[in-house]
Write a protein that binds this ligand. Structure first.
Ligand code: SF4
Length: 72
């Protein structure tokens, strides 16, 4: 399955387009991050990881998930 990954250094956001229901919950919660008119359409920028985690947990289809980046 195709996946796209976006990191802000602290967490890595994973988006699975095949699973996305285009319900736009993500756009409504964090419009500064999710913009379908841009490529890439996900730009984490300096959005705090707590906000990203909360919004990702609200994705109804599990198309969005995240992993915590480990210190090496
Ligand atoms: S909230 Fe999830 S299912 Fe809805 S558009 Fe965003 S990624 Fe897709």
């Amino acid at each position: 399955m195709k996946e796209h990954e976006y990191s802000n250094g602290e967490i890595t956001v994973i988006w699975k387009p095949d699973v996305c229901q285009h319900s736009a919950v993500c756009l409504n919660l964090l419009p500064q991050v999710y913009n379908p008119g841009k490529r890439p359409w996900i730009n984490l920028g300096d959005t705090p990881s707590e906000l990203l985690r909360a919004q990702i947990n609200a994705c109804p289809s599990s198309a969005l998930s995240y992993i915590e980046n480990k210190e090496i």
